[in-house]
Design a protein around this ligand. Structure first.
Ligand SMILES: [Mg+2]
Length: 230
């Protein structure tokens, strides 16, 4: 690991809790719409609209609110009440006010690596919301740079690495999503570590095993430190 210059951390469900809040919101949305469709049917409809809208709105809360509204209109065959739309907007606003809960070992890991490597955050989502979360997390002091990416494909990582003025093999990514934090980084020649979170958004799931010389998976984020000893 002596070649590593930059260690990048995903934010949501790697540094702090996120998916849990989205899952809670989806529960509320399903209850609100339960007169029209089964819970499962509503989830499926919402997911489909969310994915279709990603290319227009990108990741994050604002796009999620618009997708819930669109799903509510579709599910209700355009008979949804203004009161229900108001509730949906409220659910979304509440998401922006959720407490920042750091995951176990995060601060200890950052403390240990800080000063030895350039640490950056590489995350998707709404710019304002991610900045707010980072600020409120108190972790800002550890990071040299916060990159809010519109997507996490190979090209997005290549751009980031160019901006950081390093080579792919000097880049080390840590995240909870194999699909967006691990696979594209390995594909361009970087190193990646997977730290699973107990819940994964449907869109981030992959159904094959990852094996690569530059890849490891650990249960806890502090386990990453073993890679950087000596
Ligand atoms: Mg994540």
């Amino acid at each position: 690991m002596k070649n590593i210059k930059v260690i990048a951390f995903d934010a949501d469900d790697t540094l702090f809790v996120n998916e849990t809040y989205f899952a809670e919101t989806e529960e509320k949305f399903c209850s609100l719409m339960s007169d029209y469709l089964s819970h499962q049917g509503i989830s499926k409809e919402l997911f489909k609209i969310e994915i279709d809208n990603l290319k227009l709105y990108g990741y994050g809360i604002k796009g999620y609110i618009l997708s819930m509204i669109e799903a509510a209109m579709k599910i209700s065959n355009n008979t949804i009440s203004i009161e229900a739309i108001e509730r949906i907007i409220q659910y979304g606003k509440e998401l922006t006010e959720k407490p920042i809960v750091l995951l176990e070992g995060v601060e200890e890991t950052l403390e240990a690596l800080h000063g030895k490597y350039k640490l950056v955050v590489a995350t998707k989502g709404d710019l304002l919301d991610q900045r707010r979360k980072l600020h409120n997390s108190g972790l800002g002091k550890y990071f040299h740079h916060i990159e809010v990416m519109s997507d996490k494909q190979e090209v997005d990582y290549s751009d980031l690495i160019k901006r950081l003025e390093i080579q792919p093999e000097e880049f080390f990514m840590i995240g909870n999503s194999l699909k967006s934090d691990v696979l594209p980084v390995l594909a361009i020649g970087g190193h990646a570590v997977h730290i699973p979170f107990h819940t994964t958004w449907e869109h981030e799931k992959i159904n094959h095993k990852v094996e690569h010389k530059n890849f490891s998976s650990f249960e806890k984020i502090t386990d990453v430190l073993s890679q950087f000893e000596n």
